[in-house]
Design a binder for this molecule. Sequence first.
Ligand SMILES: [Mg+2]
Length: 253
Amino acid sequence: MTFALDPSPAPAPAGIKAVCLDLDETLLDVEHASRSALRELVGTDRAWPVWQRITDQHYARYVTDEIGFDAMCVERTKAFFAAFGESLDDAEAACRESLRMAAMQRSWRLFDDVRPCLDWLAATGLRLAVVTNAPGGYQRKKISAVGLAADFDAVVVSGEVGVAKPDPRIFRTACERLGLRPDEVAHVGDRLGTDARGASRAGLHGIWLNRHREECESAGVPAITDLDELPELLVADLVLGTAMEPDRLTPAR
Ligand SMILES: [Mg+2]
């Protein structure tokens, strides 16, 4: 389903005054960049599922403050090569991670549905923010690299505020920086628990961006499969309706 972007957008949806968005895999196509970097590092991205599994394990340790970001990246690289029988010392792992990171940064790009969606949201008068988990400098560099530096009224990064999604405090920090109550703010992100449910628990309108159409019997929050669907969800449920109904827009299986 694609929402026809009206060249003369309607006024901002009643009740909602701002939309927060996650960065990685919501606005920024990290998988594309990460696969490109893997190809540069080992000549192929056939090991992508292994990289993804190891990344999920190690990123969880970073988000829970068990390990710093740079150390996590080196540990992840060691674990990846160990999975294929190669043992790296810290210096070699750091060197390969540095090459991988440089390759990744050359491949950062937005998903195709981002620019039209941000333009529509801004044209309706909604304020915009990013709420993202990672070091501040790293995320701000990404935002600038893909040309989004002027798009947001607030950029809230876990590495700067000291708490990470799904902790309610990071969502409330975003609301405070926007000068709004949580119930006046929607948050959209690709992680059901970390983004959509986390935001809902903090009192915002959590929306799950289910780009990969993952199976989920009961998301408990409204879901969309691309950002083209976001304007319709906001208008239909927040102007014509009284509230977003959980699961109403969960993709059909
Ligand atoms: Mg994400």
